[in-house]
Ligand binder design. Structure first.
Ligand SMILES: Cc1ncc(COP(=O)(O)O)c(C=O)c1O
Length: 330
């Protein structure tokens, strides 16, 4: 297929390495879980969001943006990445965050404050029903002051953001050749759907014989199948890439949200601790910890028997572990 990626601004430290399989004990043999270290895209500009922002940056710079507006939870990694990127490039940032300042101490929230992001707190109901209107209103207020605001949707999960993971697939295809490993499964946490959408588009575009499975950390699998399908339709409409994705191609395994978004169960915390001790690999409690927990449970139950070489996409989230410190000392 003759498709050219839109222009990208180099921000992330790429390519991120693929690290050798983690130690998990004989219980999981013959499965091997390799890690694509997208937590190494940068330090404060770390994680999967940076790949998406590389494409959005070209657009907001072209539009002459003065302020970046985006939204997320108080500890949102995406909002932190946006705020840091804005500060780095001399722009302002305005974040619409679900929750209250008391919930947001430390970690990502501290970094948002440190780089001078302006924050508007809203309730969970307002976030669910009106976040886009609230961001529009804020943009309108900036316009009245003669400033151009650029709205980045939740998780930068739109058609342009998904290009970040389409690009990541082209990077990985090269790495797989060098590693001489035939991966049969890619696994990724799903929070707003853009990362999964990009990976699936990449699989179709490059005709890869690999399964892509997502573990949702909020909402339901049904919600994300619809959302990811929508993103793939937006990509077709806006960029002319018809990857032929059907809803039945989108595989999200539900059941590992646990006690709620950004809330942890002791078994998830124990797993993060064990992987950290035995591998020196730090997963985060909100995204990668839950997806890894889901993956290992599925392997134990024998549901993913046919996959041997598994590539777990470590999407970052390191700053989200600090506000959860108390959970680890229990
Ligand atoms: C660390 C981390 N991993 C995974 C995700 C999920 O990615 P996506 O929003 O593209 O589904 C997010 C954000 O939502 C995140 O911050």
């Amino acid at each position: 297929m003759n498709f050219k990626l839109p222009a990208r601004k180099k921000i992330a430290l790429l390519p991120t390495p693929i690290k050798k399989p983690i130690h998990l004990g004989d219980q999981f043999s013959p499965h091997q879980i390799f890690i694509k270290r997208d937590d190494l895209t940068g330090c404060t500009l770390t994680g999967n969001k940076i790949r998406k922002l590389e494409f959005l940056a070209v657009d907001y710079e072209k539009q002459g943006a003065d302020v970046l507006i985006t939204c997320g939870g108080v500890q949102s990694n995406h909002a932190r990445a946006t705020a840091v990127l804005a500060a780095e490039t001399g722009l302002k940032s305005h974040l619409v965050l679900r929750g209250s300042p008391e919930e947001g101490r430390g970690g990502n929230f501290f970094l948002k404050q440190l780089v001078g992001a302006k924050v508007t707190f809203i309730t969970a109901d307002e976030y669910r029903d009106q976040r886009n209107e609230i961001m529009e209103q804020i943009a309108h207020d900036y316009a009245k002051q003669g400033q151009k605001a650029y709205i980045i949707p939740e998780g930068a999960s739109n058609a342009l953001g998904a290009m970040g993971y389409l690009h990541a697939v082209s990077e990985m295809v090269q790495q797989w050749k060098e590693l001489k490993v035939r991966f049969d499964l890619m696994v990724v946490p799903v929070g707003s759907g853009g990362t999964y959408a990009g990976l699936l588009l990449g699989k179709h575009l490059y005709k890869l014989d690999i399964e892509v499975i997502g573990f949702n950390v909020a909402d339901t699998a049904e919600y994300f199948v619809n959302r990811i399908f929508e993103i793939s339709q937006e990509v077709k409409r806006d960029y002319g890439l018809d990857a032929g994705i059907k809803k039945s191609d989108i595989h999200i395994i539900d059941g590992y949200v646990g006690i709620g978004y950004a809330k942890s169960r002791p078994e998830e915390i124990e797993l993060i601790q064990r992987i950290a001790r035995e591998n020196g690999l730090i997963l985060d409690p909100v995204y990668t910890g839950k997806a890894m927990y889901g993956l290992l449970e599925q392997l134990k139950q024998g549901n993913l028997k046919k996959y041997k070489n598994i590539l777990f996409i470590h999407t970052g989230g390191i700053w989200g572990i600090f506000p959860a410190e108390d959970l680890f000392s229990k």
